[in-house]
Design a protein around this ligand. Structure first.
Ligand code: ATP
Ligand code: MG
Length: 375
């Protein structure tokens, strides 16, 4: 039996009979009563209340909790009446019994939404969402996000998903040595009922590291067509099914970037040790403050491309940005480029500490991050 319960308010026995059959099809329980009483709501929670509008009640007479879905059933196509009920909080008004299929469809979709809501509220899907961000382009977000993902999977034994939110030219696929032909753009038609199966349909598993990844659309017109809601849902479904969800974000702040930053539990800011990098960080900090994202322990700073000839050293940087630095990743162009071009994984076995400065430093960063944020 479904976990959803309905209450039907009607004196029309023929209708009650039809609704009973429909609910049986849906595996749902429904209680029929001739009129509304306050005590119904107090005694138990109904997910649905179906009201026979021909019975002459008004929406104001029902005190229904905001978490109950109210649906009106009417034998007449009365525009004024329907409007009155919709304004009064009904989800829909169904011409009954002609449109009984529409009632079924509506309840199916709503059931899925209720399930989804219940799961998120119950704190299931407590997977951590990590966003890799920098207001300066080319600072190493994609490279470090990929290394972190592989380290979480290989060294920490966590189930990891990476989402490339650079709609267009994210390059994540290059680092995973794959050419996925699907992206989250393909989720648009199933946006309202998105679940793990849809997500698996569009994702690719990187064999060597067992990291799953999802790319963005390459076509810029498609990228523009992606609603924020899709990204929010994608991230929530992902959290429900993975221990770690890593978001590779573009530097430009668009609605996808913003949604990603908002959904993240932790932001890893990639900072380059130069004045441009500092300036970009200052701008990003202002933005974060304004929107209350990345507060206190929710933000880590990784200085990337550290080199003995860097314009600024660690102590300069701490002074300028007026906070601690959480990781230093050295520059190692030649060794990195070889791995990247070959689509090689950065770590293969748990024992691997990394074969070059960048992978070594990133492994260390992830190890320390896990320790720092545990318990
Ligand atoms: N520590 C490093 N040592 C050597 N090369 C690096 C290092 N970090 C990044 N790179 C190289 O710098 C280039 C840019 O890195 P990456 O694409 O990860 O940056 P990004 O911030 O994602 O860029 P974009 O803003 O375009 O998304 C890549 O070729 C990458 O391999
Ligand atoms: Mg990138």
């Amino acid at each position: 039996m479904s976990t959803f319960k309905g209450l039907m308010i009607s004196r029309n026995h023929a209708w009650i009979e039809i609704v009973n059959q429909l609910m049986e099809e849906m595996n749902m329980e429904i209680t029929a009563v001739p009129e509304w009483k306050r005590s119904f709501q107090d005694n138990q929670h109904y997910h649905y209340v179906l009201v026979d509008l021909d019975g002459g009640v008004s929406p104001q007479q029902l005190q229904i909790s905001s978490t109950t879905v109210l649906i009106g059933l009417s034998s007449e196509d009365d525009f004024e009446q329907a409007r009155n009920w919709l304004v009064g909080g009904a989800k829909d008004v169904i011409l009954f019994p002609e449109e009984k299929q529409r009632l079924l469809d509506l309840m199916k979709v709503t059931n899925q939404q209720l399930t989804f809501q219940k799961e998120t509220e119950a704190g299931y899907g407590a997977g951590q969402v990590h966003a890799f961000y920098s207001a300066k382009g080319g600072s190493g977000k994609t490279l470090l996000a990929t290394m972190a993902a592989q380290s979480f999977s290989i060294h920490q034994d966590l189930k990891v998903l990476v989402i490339d939110l650079n709609a267009q030219f994210g390059n994540m696929d290059v680092l995973f040595g794959a050419q996925p032909f699907r992206s989250y753009y393909d989720l648009i038609p199933v946006m309202d009922e998105m679940d793990m199966r849809h997500l698996l349909n569009i994702s690719t598993v990187h064999e060597e590291t067992q990291v799953t990844f999802i790319s963005g659309p390459v076509d810029p017109t498609k990228a523009e067509a992606i609603p924020d809601e899709l990204i929010t849902r994608l991230i929530r479904v992902a959290r429900y099914n993975y221990d770690v969800v890593i978001l590779d974000l573009p530097s430009v702040i668009n609605n996808l970037t913003f949604t990603g930053l908002n959904e993240a539990n932790h932001i890893h800011y990639v900072l380059t040790p130069d004045s441009l990098g500092m300036r970009a960080f200052r701008n990003a900090s202002e933005l974060f403050n304004r929107f209350q994202i990345g507060r206190n322990e929710e933000l880590s700073v990784i200085v990337n491309r550290v080199h003995s000839k860097s314009e600024l050293n660690e102590s300069h940087i701490k002074k300028i940005i007026d906070r601690d630095v959480n990781g230093l990743v050295r520059s190692d162009f030649f060794s990195i480029q070889a791995d990247v071009n070959m689509g090689e994984s950065f770590f293969k076995k748990k024992k691997d500490k990394g074969t070059n400065k960048v992978t070594k430093d990133m492994k260390k960063y992830v190890d320390e991050f896990v320790k720092r944020t545990k318990g």
